[in-house]
Design a protein around this ligand. Sequence first.
Ligand SMILES: [Zn+2]
Length: 149
Amino acid sequence: MRNIKYIAVHCTAGSQQTTTISGLKKGWRELGWKNPGYHYVVMPSGHIEQLLDEDKISNGVKGFNSVSVNVAYVGGVDGFGNPEDNRTEEQKAALVFLLEQLKSRYPLATIQGHRDFSPDLNGDGEIAEEEFIKYCPCFNAKEEYQNII
Ligand SMILES: [Zn+2]
């Protein structure tokens, strides 16, 4: 078993209409990755697709993958590719369901968004917007899921 310290929440940063699991996998292969970017992907319908066993390492957050389980929802950008929290109600519910299950398996793990892994450049203890390495997952996951215990 891996020592899971983080349950990292992502968006796929792609279209909710046209994104498919096979398309995501193809993109990762083209990057030369042997493993997928996420353990779980939540489709706009709320369907949860598992892409990798939790004891294996996915490619979600550079530098933290060995201690993370990575979860993504399909979406996170508008029609122009700009960051947008466009989670469907079904995705919101499925994310909570999935995160509750993961938290019960890894009670010591911190649930946070990809952007919360950004370095705190000015050392004020907050990861502010101008410090984000990415906008992913395009909402404040740390705050939204703080009550999942
Ligand atoms: Zn991400």
